[in-house]
Design a protein around this ligand. Structure first.
Ligand code: FUB
Length: 431
């Protein structure tokens, strides 16, 4: 049955994680129509202690800071072959070819369909944000999860997936059936630890087959390279370490947007006690001259330029003092309410890079809790600074105080407590 969904539009502004009003995982980022579209899976908590994933949203952004939620693009209830009690709409991908957007997703098949276990389905649309119309049946001859689609320079498209290893095959012109036998691509790679979530891309003639792999305890992101899309691929090692928090999965995509490479991946920032409720993140990715991938370290700051006139969440810092500063949820019973920065003593600081000031600021608005008042120094890394005096507040309050001596331009900020103690800040905004 074709999907007839009403697309809802919702604007979100964030650093890492990118989406903070719902759980998101397994992000595949694609550049369509000059914007980045991210197709993640959608975790919800069904109190089963396991993944619970019923539908997919898509998000888009031009600046990688402000994200538009285009709403649900595919729901398990609307796909004829899917067992809609399974809540297993796992990691998806999207691809554009010959005027059509194809959305690929894994799900557990309904036993009435004659298929057992996970299969990979497709849905089509004339726009990157749907609505997508699911195919009646999944792709024949493919059983597994985590579809990934890549088109080479000669126009040939390939489908990759995981399930007892990493597999690949050519896709036919209709993008809906494979035309070659599935080929195992990782047989001579380290076999210890689960391997899933393949993501293929090409740069300067090198084909990168990347995937999450359990190296020690949880999933790290690893890569291999070859000189054609079906390998053989030589294993090269880790480019993102296992998450120190113990979040068991990671799942990623790599995209070049406006000349910069980005890694999209996930972590359980908004659900530290339950790692099946994840959140998508992005950080810049760099290559060495020989084509090897530099390790990416997960940051709170993420990517994109923040406008000084927007609320800047300094808890998504670039750097933080070794002592005296800590980050906590605003409301531990509602993590979607975000974080705050706690400054406990003098010289505690956070820095926050890449803030665009369109003009020299005259004041700063701060959401703050400071029972005895405090003085902060704001520095920009071009040597300019301003002291700001925070009045005492008995509860959370938005206060505006003058600043002077700062100038217009793209700045890295540092905010240090220089008098007072036990101050909490939710966000700052310049006028
Ligand atoms: O999100 C469910 C599964 O967890 C994905 O399909 C895997 O790649 C892992 O992230």
């Amino acid at each position: 049955m074709p999907l007839m969904l009403i697309v809802s539009i919702n604007m979100l502004s964030a650093q890492n994680p990118l989406i903070t009003d719902q759980f998101t995982a397994d992000p595949t980022a694609r550049v369509f129509e000059g914007k980045v579209y991210v197709y993640p899976s959608h975790d919800v908590n069904c109190d089963t202690g396991w993944f619970c994933m019923k539908d997919y949203h898509v998000f888009s952004s031009e600046d990688l800071v402000n994200w538009t939620d285009h709403g649900v693009i595919v729901d398990q209830e609307e796909v004829a072959w899917v067992n809609s009690d399974a809540n297993a709409m796992w990691a998806p991908d999207a691809h554009f070819k010959n005027g059509t957007y194809y959305f690929y997703f894994p799900a557990i098949a309904d036993t009435n369909s004659g298929i057992r276990g996970f299969a990979i389905g497709a849905a089509t649309s004339k726009t990157p944000y749907g609505p997508f119309t699911p195919e009646e049946m999944p792709i024949k001859g493919v059983s597994g999860i985590d579809p990934n689609v890549f088109t080479d320079h000669d126009g040939q498209t390939y489908l990759y997936w995981s399930g007892r290893g990493i597999h690949g095959a050519k896709l036919g012109d209709d993008m809906l059936h494979i035309t070659t036998e599935p080929k195992r691509l990782d047989t001579d790679h380290p076999q210890e630890g689960l391997r899933e979530g393949p993501f293929m891309f090409e740069r300067d003639g090198i084909y990168y087959l990347t995937y999450p792999r359990v190296v020690e305890k949880t999933e790290a992101l690893v890569y291999s390279t070859g000189d054609n899309p079906l390998g053989p691929f030589e294993y090269k090692g880790i480019f993102m370490d296992e998450h120190p928090s113990g979040c068991w999965t990671n799942h990623h995509s790599i995209v070049n947007y406006k000349g910069q490479w980005y890694l999209f991946y996930h972590h359980n920032d908004l659900s530290p006690d339950f790692d099946k409720n994840r959140s998508i993140m992005a950080d810049k990715l760099f290559f060495n001259e020989d084509g090897s991938i530099q390790k990416v370290v997960s940051t709170h700051r993420g990517v994109g330029i923040s406008k000084a006139s927007d609320k800047i969440q300094i808890d998504r810092y670039s750097d933080i003092s070794e002592s005296g500063t800590s980050i906590a949820f605003n409301d531990t019973s509602d993590t979607f309410a975000g974080w705050k920065t706690q400054f406990s003593n003098n010289n505690a600081w956070v820095s926050y890079n890449d803030v665009q000031f369109d003009s020299a600021p005259k004041s700063i608005r701060i959401k703050v809790l400071s029972k005895s008042g405090a003085t902060f120094k704001i520095e920009t890394m071009d040597g300019k600074s301003s002291e700001i005096k925070i009045p005492s507040t008995s509860a959370w309050k938005e206060v505006s105080v003058p600043v002077s001596g700062l100038s217009a331009g793209l700045k890295d900020l540092k905010l240090s407590l220089i008098a007072g103690n036990n101050v909490e800040i939710d966000w700052v905004q310049f006028k």
